[in-house]
Design a protein around this ligand. Structure first.
Ligand SMILES: Cc1cc2nc3c(=O)[nH]c(=O)nc-3n(C[C@H](O)[C@H](O)[C@H](O)COP(=O)(O)OP(=O)(O)OC[C@H]3O[C@@H](n4cnc5c(N)ncnc54)[C@H](O)[C@@H]3O)c2cc1C
Length: 344
């Protein structure tokens, strides 16, 4: 007899597991939200397609992409050449910043170059230290530090040297100098990517394609796991299990299972804001309501935090700082994620 398997979460991980494990198995996927997808969801409004997060896909294994595409009948999948720029000092700098410092205003370019040459030596033990020792003070402080602090919503000193793996466009001095030749333009690891015309959710739909109806139960949050009785309690019922596969954040899983966990177990702190969550944060906010309101007004619903944060960086980032001492923890976090202001 097959084992009763409960999968917590119907995001990309939970649904991928359900497919790999086998649609014929005695498996149920429990999803707290009203629809599957987790961070990989899409909103279509006024003819525009907005993704919550995963807005492009770069597959390491071609066979996985082919498998998904075979389950997206009629869906147009475009190959897009990535064109990304960083708006800095009133001009557009090619991405990645560190390889295009020669496009900066002259004095800032010289500062980056001098600091690159005189960068501190020594072995870095954190992501932040790696930035200073590889790229110098100016490149780090003008862009890489504030950008990554906003993106990861955490102190970069708390991240490992290789925290971003292949997603961080490394550059050594030779790369940077060679890129200054006229006509040279550096590309990053995902110079092209594929994107379904219907948005990232099409990949979620592909993962649902082979699963039997009823295998994914949305609007059903797991609230407790009794490991002794091997029973899961949800907001709707109790279910026996033989094994659980969880894609919920690790601290949440530990709480559900009544397992004490030290704060060392943390989860990715990147947050995605919707108009609803902004409104919630605003209501909870005691110290900087007007600033959050102003930040929120620059981004439309369903845009990601990082894009909203860059939209309001110049107007609100410094304005948030004075209000910080009077902020609640939640308010400070909202302010951090919206404006990129430092948490105190
Ligand atoms: C801003 C941003 C940009 C990104 N850009 C890209 C990109 O361009 N390309 C790319 O490939 N990836 C991108 N990613 C990463 C990608 O979106 C995620 O890695 C991926 O969606 C994570 O999937 P997951 O299933 O592991 O987790 P999640 O999507 O978080 O899914 C977990 C699911 O578990 C559910 N859950 C949690 N607790 C419970 C519970 N107690 N009971 C029931 N259900 C529960 C949640 O509701 C959720 O649906 C981006 C992420 C962010 C935040």
């Amino acid at each position: 007899m097959s084992k009763k398997t409960i999968v917590i979460g119907a995001g990309m991980s939970g649904l991928s597991f359900a497919n790999w494990w086998g649609p014929g198995e005695d498996t149920i996927v429990l999803e707290a939200a009203d629809e599957p997808g987790g961070y990989c969801r899409t909103v279509v409004r006024d003819g525009f397609v907005w993704d919550y997060s995963g807005h492009f896909f770069h597959f390491k294994h071609a066979d996985i992409e082919a498998w998904l595409r075979a389950r997206m009948p009629g869906q147009e999948v475009r190959t897009i050449e990535k064109l990304s720029f960083i708006r800095y000092a009133g001009r557009d700098i090619d991405f990645p910043f560190q390889k295009h410092i020669h496009q900066l205003p002259h004095d800032e370019f010289l500062a980056c170059l001098v600091d690159l040459y005189f960068r501190p030596s020594g072995e870095a033990t954190s992501f932040l230290q790696m930035l200073y020792t590889r790229l110098g003070k100016s490149i780090t402080e003008k862009f890489l530090r504030p950008y990554n602090e906003k993106l990861y919503a955490t102190d970069l000193d708390a991240l490992d040297v290789d925290a971003m793996g292949r997603f961080f466009p490394h550059a050594d001095v030779a790369d940077i100098i060679a890129n200054m030749r006229p006509g040279a333009r550096s590309s990053s690891y995902n110079a092209t990517f594929t994107y379904p015309a219907g948005g990232a959710v099409q990949y979620v739909n592909a993962l649902l394609h082979d699963l039997p109806p009823g295998m994914v139960s949305c609007g059903e949050r797991v609230v407790g796991i009794d490991r002794a009785a091997r029973v899961v309690t949800t907001t709707k019922r109790t279910l026996p299990y033989d094994q659980i596969v969880s894609s919920a954040p690790l601290p949440a899983l530990a709480r559900m299972a009544g397992v004490a966990h030290a704060p060392v177990f943390t989860s990715n702190q990147v947050l995605v804001s919707t108009s609803a969550s902004i409104a919630r944060d605003r209501a909870a906010c005691t110290g900087c309501t007007s600033r959050i309101a102003r930040c929120a007004s620059t981004g439309s619903a369903s845009t990601t935090t990082s894009s909203r944060a860059s939209a309001c960086r110049s107007t609100s980032r410094s304005a948030c700082a004075p209000a910080r001492p009077s902020m609640s923890r939640r308010c400070a976090r909202a302010c951090w994620r919206i404006c990129g202001a430092s948490r105190s």
